[in-house]
Each structure stands twice: as C-alpha cells, then as structure tokens.
Design a protein around this ligand. Structure first.
Ligand code: SAH
Length: 430
C-alpha cells in the first residue's frame, strides 16, 4: 500500500515540475512515507526522520513531508511538537497536504470528504499522475488501492486507527486507473485492500470484487490481475469462481490465518476458527485448480501457550501452504491487545517460535517448488537483477532466467531447471 502511495506522490510532484534525485542531500522536497504495523517499522521511521534533521539545518528551504501511518488520520499534535522541523504532515494515501503546501493553494485542502489524490485530478489527468516518469514503460507490475482503511479491528492491529474506516473506491475510478497504468506499460495489476475481499460493501451501489475482476479482465493489454489481502470470512464462492474462470486473474490467494488455536484466534478477534480456515483452504483448492495460497501468522500473541503455538505449527504442517509471512507479536499503542492483554511471551520465546515456523515453512516451500522441476510455466518478466531476469509464475513463484535480451514485460514459457525454497531457475523454451 505504501509503495502504491509513494508512486502516486512521486508522480504528483512531477506534475508540479519536480524531478527525482538520487540522494537526500540533493533534494528540495523529501517525503518520508511511514509504516507502524510493528514497533520495528515505527523505530525505523523515527530513525529516518531524525537523520533528516541535519539536512534541514543545512538547508532551511528544504521541505520535509512526513506521511503515512506514523501520522494517521487525526490531527498529529504530538508529532508536530516533537518534530518542529517537519513542514507538512500527511495521512496515509493522501498527497494533498503536500501538494497544497507546495502550491500554497488552500482550496485544495477544503475538499473535506475527499480520500485520495484522485479527488484533485481531472479525469484526463489520471494517466499523468499514476507513475513517475522513470517508471513509465519500465514498471511491469503496478498496484491499485481499491479499499482504503479498515473497519475490522483485530485486537493487535493498529491499521484501523491509522488508516481510518473502510472506504472502497468507485469501480469506474479503478477501471480508469487500470487502463491508464496499462497505457503506461504496466502488464500486471495487483488490487490492494486491508480486507480486499470486502471491496464494495461500504458503497451504496454495492459492487463486489468478483464483479471488478470481471471488468478488469476485459482490459486489452493487461496480462495479469492479482489482489491482496483477503480475510477468510469474505471469500465467497463467487469470488473463487471468478479467480478460477477469468483467464487474467492469477491462481494465487493471500489469506492470513494469524494463529491455529481457537482461543488465540478469539483473543485476536479474527472471527473464525481453525476448522473454518481448514475448510476454506479446502474450498479454495477445490474451486481453483493449481492455486497457491499465502498466509500471515503472528507468534507470541499475549497469553499464547506452548500448546496453543503447537496448534499453529501443526496446522501449518498439515495445510502445506505456499508462503507464510511470519511476525513476532508487537504491542501497538491504542490497540485492544496492548491496552488489555499483557505482552507475556518473552522475546526469546517469540524468536524460538518464529524460527520453528520458518524452518517448517522452508521445508514445505521447497517440497512444493520441487514439483515444478522440469515443467514449463509462463513467466512474466519484471526486471534484471544481477545478470538474471526476474519473473513470476501465475502462482507467484519467483523465477530467474539468464538472457541477454530485454525481457521487461514479456510473458514467456520457461522450463524450470532448478528449484529451492525461495526461488527457481529456468530456461526460455522458445
Ligand atoms: N489487513 C491485512 C494485513 C495487515 S498487516 C490482514 O488483515 O491480514 C500485515 C500483517 O502484519 C498481518 O497480517 C499480521 O500478521 C501482522 N501484524 C499486524 N499487526 C501486528 C502486530 N501488532 N504485531 C505483529 N504482527 C502484526
């Protein structure tokens, strides 16, 4: 989400006549886009912010813009007092305060209900404002936020507090943006939302994600469509069937489980049980042949016992999902778990559980990847990384291929010649 937001800010700045530079010392404007989902991310944001102070002292004309979840959607009074050298504070996904500051155009701030940069753009400007010029014709895989904010309120999660309530964008706007990205050379679009499968539920016209996928699938020149992240409770058969039948929608689902124990899940207020998740995985696999599934897990949630953790371990071993994004629980200010549940699993123990799952998942991923050995799969190439072209299979597996030609944005059949737990190697067959 932050990558998408940053691309839009960069592009909006270009529209005002600014150009990207390589080093912060050369900049007239610095935008620091921040994440606070875990303490480590927040620490990093503060570290970067402090490192900018000397630049501001050297060059008082430098404009520093702090953006994103560190700022949040409310008036950032404490931050303003603590960091007086910051010129502009912007909520997540909202470049308007910066643009207004740079153009001194107060009228732009008056659109109270506006949620995105889109609101200050005329339709014909959309294309200009999506990608910074250095990415046009080069960026293969683009993002479109379709749901801003989140209203679910998992007890551990700070996102609803910082990104505000759930707001789905109108389908027409998303389609226009998708067409504009494709015009700029993008071949793959990933739709983003904290709970992307709830897309449209907050809108009077009640569009849904399946319907959106059907319309996106018709865009000429677009090769692949993905979406993330889904919540288990909103994965309808209609959505799964859309993924299965629409040729451009890739067979890959990101659906976090977070924990494999029902008490922990209830304490997290996730709204499902381990058995329900199990049944969901089965349903996804039945409806979408060859699907890959990624999940998120938090270890060391308050009160998580060894036995409860082992239920997560065993469920992961049983389900054999393709990817598991692992995190150690981190209490976040203002959340229910931070206020009411003591962070009683030691750091050492969180690490131990983390490493156990990591090792387990490494084995599972290696096993799944080994089934690709010798097969030929379509790979969409994104960029060259250290002499090799990097691309992805429909199931989102990373593939590297040696080739002297420019493969940017091409989808080509690749024969897999080696597989490991994190990536694969292959050769072009044509
Ligand atoms: N909206 C998505 C993603 C949320 S943030 C979802 O509901 O799954 C991405 C991941 O960060 C989450 O899935 C969760 O695993 C992790 N996360 C969120 N809050 C956390 C916290 N307080 N401590 C550790 N991990 C956290």
């Amino acid at each position: 989400m932050n990558v998408a937001d940053s691309q839009r800010v960069a592009s909006a700045l270009e529209h005002l006549g600014y150009q990207a530079v390589r080093r912060p010392e050369e900049a007239d404007v610095i935008v620091l886009n921040t994440c606070v989902v875990r303490q480590s991310a927040e620490d990093k944001a503060y570290g970067r912010l402090h490192s900018l102070h000397p630049l501001k002292k050297q060059n008082p004309n430098l404009v520093i813009n702090l953006m994103g979840c560190l700022v949040g959607v409310r008036e950032p009074k404490a931050l303003k007092e603590r960091f007086p050298f910051v010129d502009v504070f912007s909520p997540p996904s909202d470049p308007r305060p910066l643009l207004a500051y740079l153009t001194q155009d107060e009228s732009r701030l008056l659109e109270e209900n506006a949620t995105t940069a889109r609101n200050l753009m005329l339709d014909e400007e959309i294309g200009d404002l999506l990608l910074p010029s250095e990415q046009r014709g080069r960026l293969v895989s683009g993002f479109i936020p379709v749901v801003y904010g989140c209203s679910h309120a998992c007890t551990y999660c700070i996102i609803p507090y910082r990104r505000g309530v759930e707001r789905s964008r109108p389908p027409e706007e998303i389609l226009a943006e998708a067409r504009a990205l494709v015009d700029q050379g993008v071949k793959e679009i990933t739709l983003l939302g904290q709970i992307v499968d709830r897309y449209g539920k907050d809108r009077p016209d009640y569009p849904n994600l399946a319907g959106l996928l059907i319309r996106l699938n018709q865009i000429d020149g677009l090769k692949r469509i993905r979406f993330l992240t889904s919540h288990p409770n909103w994965m309808t058969d209609e959505l799964l069937d859309a993924v299965a039948t629409l040729p451009k929608v890739m067979p890959h689902i990101e659906v976090p489980i977070q924990a494999g124990d029902d008490t922990v899940l209830a304490n997290m207020r996730r709204g499902y049980t381990a058995d329900q998740y199990r049944a969901l995985v089965q349903r996804i696999r039945e409806r979408i042949p060859g699907v890959s599934i990624a999940t998120d897990i938090i270890v060391g949630f308050p009160g998580e016992t060894e036995e409860q953790f082992m239920r997560t371990y065993e469920l992961l071993a049983e389900l054999k999902l393709d990817v598991a994004h692992l995190a150690r629980y981190s209490p976040r200010p203002g959340t229910v778990s931070a206020r009411r549940m003591p962070d009683d699993v030691s750091d050492e123990e969180k690490w131990r559980r983390f490493r156990m799952l990591e090792e387990l998942q490494e084995g599972i991923a290696a096993e799944i990847h080994a089934t690709y050995w010798g097969k030929t799969v379509p790979v969409l190439f994104e960029e060259k990384v250290k002499q090799r072209w990097k691309g992805r299979t429909p199931t989102n597996k990373l593939v590297f291929v040696e080739c002297d030609e420019d493969l940017t944005g091409q989808e080509l059949p690749v024969k897999i010649t080696w597989t490991g737990p994190w990536s694969m190697l292959g050769q072009l067959t044509a």
